[in-house]
Ligand binder design. Structure first.
Ligand code: NOJ
Ligand code: CA
Length: 560
């Protein structure tokens, strides 16, 4: 796909071989003892992240906000919430990140604002306000007032009457998040101003929230039409201000729409979270049936050369299984969320990764190995590197948003305050007494140290981010075998989704990349394979086992 003379230089498209780490400042580490995470604390932990091999940090919203949706209800786009520190401390944080070569992207939540935002306050009070048209109004209750809710079961409407304006306003999400009239040119100018502000402070781009809704024509009775070209306008602006800055879109759309978001020539969005693959990864982990995963991979094969998928396991939201068939979703629920309280919005699972996988190290390694080797750029959710648990007593998605566990000190070393912003997990299995960074650092066999080694190897496998790939068919239906080719290098990865040992036979010709030695170099262990006299490799796999094998390349296991 990207082979050929005009391939963009690898260092310019930095995001293609990045390792992204998503974190919420509020839950990461508290430096001043008020129980709330802050930039002072995070700045000191940047070396931890760089040491793990992370190359790009995605910060979830840290802006002034009533915080009724974890900060995704923004009340001021040009500031830092005082509970997280000052803008000065943000700049210090950025400076430290730059010093150690870590890039930072921030959440851009411009589909809606908080209802406390001064724009909305002005708009509701005065029909002549310059901000009135920044929102979406209707004098009467629209017929579709209770359709299209994103949080079914919790959210009751998408149109709510505002008593001050005496009109109905549109809100795709909760009623305290009025939608911006995003196709209004004045609103678009403001979006660019917001982007310009954070770019000037050094960020490398934006994770763009709720993109399908943001680009949609909104209004009572209006037939929704998507204005994809708006993404092009925004990308132009982005790159005028900073040529290497990128968008990472949250757009949970069917694969056949993804090119509308990337743009035929990559002129709209550089990166998209791969929701199609994410759901089928969990289906495969739950059932051992990889067919839907293979189909999702193939359906998301096509992308412009400069574009990239971002793969992830869990995020700060529910694991959304809305695109599986009812039977498939049921099977994932049975395996990973058998109790109703573990499920959410009739479509998802609100647990963290380790508890879903029964804290089974084999399954965790399989899942992460897969994450690192799926075509694209991997994204980790904070805490998954040490196997954080969850707290089902917390409402909705809060269950998987508990603070980071740094040590066995009270509250896991997250804070010295009596009451942290959310309780730190303290149960017998996942509690901070047992699961914490300090303990795992000291243990060479820990998940954290395993992760660090895999990330190092992953960064040395640009075949995965840059190369063309193919799924190799074998006679083992529960094993995903992929071959990557890039710049004379060939990498083959195998993942056994079943609880049974097996032997996978690979044909030397199909593997390709043979330098004549007939050797497959195991990048993770001393397990090299040699082709037998019949030109076949026999790779033996334990239950939930995985392999990264390099077939060709001048430097064997160091491609650059
Ligand atoms: C997507 C975010 O990931 C989610 O947490 C939030 O509730 C909605 N967008 C609304 O901003
Ligand atoms: Ca604090």
């Amino acid at each position: 796909m990207n082979n050929g003379a005009h391939r963009p230089p690898i260092d310019d498209l930095w995001y293609k071989n990045a390792i992204i780490y998503c974190l919420d400042v509020e839950k990461y580490v508290d430096s001043n003892g008020d129980g709330i995470g802050d930039f002072g604390g995070l700045t000191r932990r940047l070396d931890y992240l760089a040491g793990m091999g992370i190359t790009c940090v995605w910060l979830q919203p840290f802006y002034p906000s009533p915080n009724r949706d974890n900060g995704y209800d923004v009340a001021d786009y040009y500031g830092v919430h005082p509970k997280h520190g000052t803008l000065g401390e943000f700049v210090e944080f950025m400076n430290h990140a730059q010093q150690i070569g870590l890039r930072v992207i921030v959440d851009l939540v411009i589909n809606h604002t908080s209802n406390r935002h001064p724009w909305f306050q002005s708009a509701r009070k005065d029909p002549a306000s310059p901000y009135r048209d920044w929102y979406v109004w209707s004098k009467t209750r629209p017929a579709e007032w209770n359709k299209g809710m994103v949080f079914p079961g919790v959210q009751k409407a998408t149109w709510t009457r505002d008593p001050v304006a005496d009109e109905y306003y549109f809100h795709r999400f909760y009623e305290f998040q009025p939608d911006l009239n995003t196709l209004n040119p004045a609103v678009q100018r403001e979006m660019m101003r917001i982007m310009g502000f954070w770019l000037q402070l050094g960020v490398s781009g934006f994770r763009m929230d709720a993109v399908p809704f943001m680009i949609e024509q909104k209004g009572a009775g209006v037939t929704p039409r998507k204005d994809y070209e708006m993404l092009h306008l925004l990308q132009d602006f982005l790159q005028w201000r900073r040529r290497d800055a990128i968008f990472l879109a949250e757009a949970n759309v069917p694969p056949d729409e993804s090119m509308d978001y990337f743009g035929e020539n990559g002129e709209r969005i550089q990166m998209m979270l791969n929701f199609a693959v994410n759901q089928r990864v969990f289906y495969a982990l739950a059932t051992g049936d990889i067919k839907p995963l293979v189909r999702a991979l193939e359906a998301t094969y096509k992308r412009p050369p400069a574009a990239q998928w971002v793969n992830f396991l869990r995020s700060h939201d529910e694991l959304d299984l809305g695109r599986l068939t009812d039977t498939q979703r049921e099977r994932v629920f049975q395996a990973f969320a058998p109790a109703k309280e573990m499920q959410l919005y009739n479509r998802g699972i609100r647990r963290r990764l380790a508890p879903m996988l029964d804290n089974d190290r084999r399954k965790l390694e399989l899942a992460f190995s897969l994450l690192f080797t799926l075509p694209g750029t991997p994204m980790l959710q904070f805490g998954d590197e040490i196997g954080l648990g969850d707290d089902l007593s917390l409402p909705e998605r809060e269950c998987a948003r508990t603070p980071m566990q740094w040590s066995s000190d009270p509250h896991g070393g997250f804070t010295t305050a009596k009451r942290p912003v959310l309780p730190v997990i303290s149960d017998p299995i996942y509690g901070y007494q047992r699961v914490n960074v300090e303990g795992q650092r000291r243990d060479p066999q820990s998940l954290l140290n395993w992760m660090e080694r895999k990330i190092r190897m992953r960064r040395e496998c640009p075949e995965i981010s840059w190369g063309d790939w193919k799924i190799l068919k074998t006679d083992q239906p529960g094993v995903l075998v992929m071959r990557y080719e890039w710049d004379d290098h060939t990498l083959v990865t195998l993942h056994n989704f079943t609880g049974k040992p097996c032997a996978v036979v690979l044909d030397r010709g199909a593997v390709g990349g043979d330098t004549g030695t007939g050797e497959l170099v195991d990048l993770l262990a001393t397990n090299d394979s040699r082709a037998d006299e019949n030109g076949r490799y026999v790779v033996k796999l334990q239950p939930y086992d995985y392999r990264w094998l390099r077939a060709g390349g001048i430097d064997r296991n160091v491609p650059r």
